[in-house]
Every structure is written in structure tokens, then in C-alpha cells.
Design a protein around this ligand. Sequence first.
Ligand code: S3P
Length: 186
Amino acid sequence: MKNIVLTGFMGTGKTTIGQEVARQLDRSFVDLDNVIEARQGCSIRQIFEQDGEAHFRKLEADLCREAAIWENHVIATGGGALVNAENLAVLAAQNLVICLDCEPNALWERLAAATDRPLLDSADRKERILSLLQARQPAYAKIPHHVDTTHLTTDEISAEIISLYNHQQTNDKNKGQTTNDRNNTR
Ligand code: S3P
């Protein structure tokens, strides 16, 4: 397995958790939104305002394809990146993809003062969070692994992710061993 990819709605803690998991596994951490901002030389909000959401989604999809073949990274995607089924397929092919979940009320509290999420510009932010969550639910449900972060600490969430990762590593090794055994008996 190449990378651990963390996704999930805005405010679920992808960056904080990703940094901690990367630290514990001694891997590099990359936040895909930061890469887009650095390459474009402006903020996500500016990209949305100047070129529109469709342009941002194209940059995001291109970067998912690029990131899919990196090795040994912990990657945080933007909250909408894997709502696109092709982005999910491309990243899930060889990486461990985990969706961080969180109850809407906790999300609303975490995001109440955020000014850097253009999709949350609304007179009623709580309603906006609820409707976006609802619209994205079927797409998030297709992500292979989930960790509910609502009542857990960073350490607890990181431990769950590392346990999923270790489990996956063991499965991959066993699969490799079975294939070797099969080839040796031919
Ligand atoms: C978005 C989430 C943001 C960022 C952009 C769009 C989304 O990332 O990619 O504002 O569609 O949910 P975070 O989830 O890191 O806030």
C-alpha cells in the first residue's frame, strides 16, 4: 500500500489528524488544498472567486491523479474531492482511503467562525452544512473505511487509523504470500 488518504467533510480534522498520523508513522504529510494554493499562488477562496468552483474541481481532480502514485505519504484531501467517484476510484486503487465522519452539530461548532471555506458562505451556515452533508452522504458512504471523530481525541483517532493501516498491511502481505505460494506450486 502506498499512501494513507484522509478525506471527509470540512471540519472533520483531516489536517490535524493527518499530521499526527504522519508523525507517528514517520511519513510525510501533504494537504492537497495547500498544494493547489502553492501552485496557483492564491488561496482556495480566491480560486473559487476568480475562476469558479468548476476550475477548482479540475485542479483537484488532476492532483488526485498525481497523488495516487506517490509513495509513503499521509494525504489529506479537501472535503469535496472524493465526492467525485473518479477521484475516489483513482485514489482507492492502491491507497488506504479513510473518511473521517462527525456529527453535524459538532461540525457546525467547529466551522462557525471559519472564513476560508467559500462553500459555507451563507446567511444560515448551519442549514448550509446540513444540506451539503445530506447531498454528499451517498458519495461518502462509498468510501471503504470510516472513523467517527465526534467524541474522540486526536490520539484516539490516530490510533484507529494506524490500526486500520496495520491491518491492511498484514492483509496485503498475506495476499502477496498466497500469490507466491500459488506460483511456486505451478
Ligand atoms: C471543500 C473543502 C475545503 C476546500 C474547498 C472545498 C469542499 O477543504 O477543498 O473549500 O468541497 O468540501 P477542507 O475540507 O480541508 O476544508
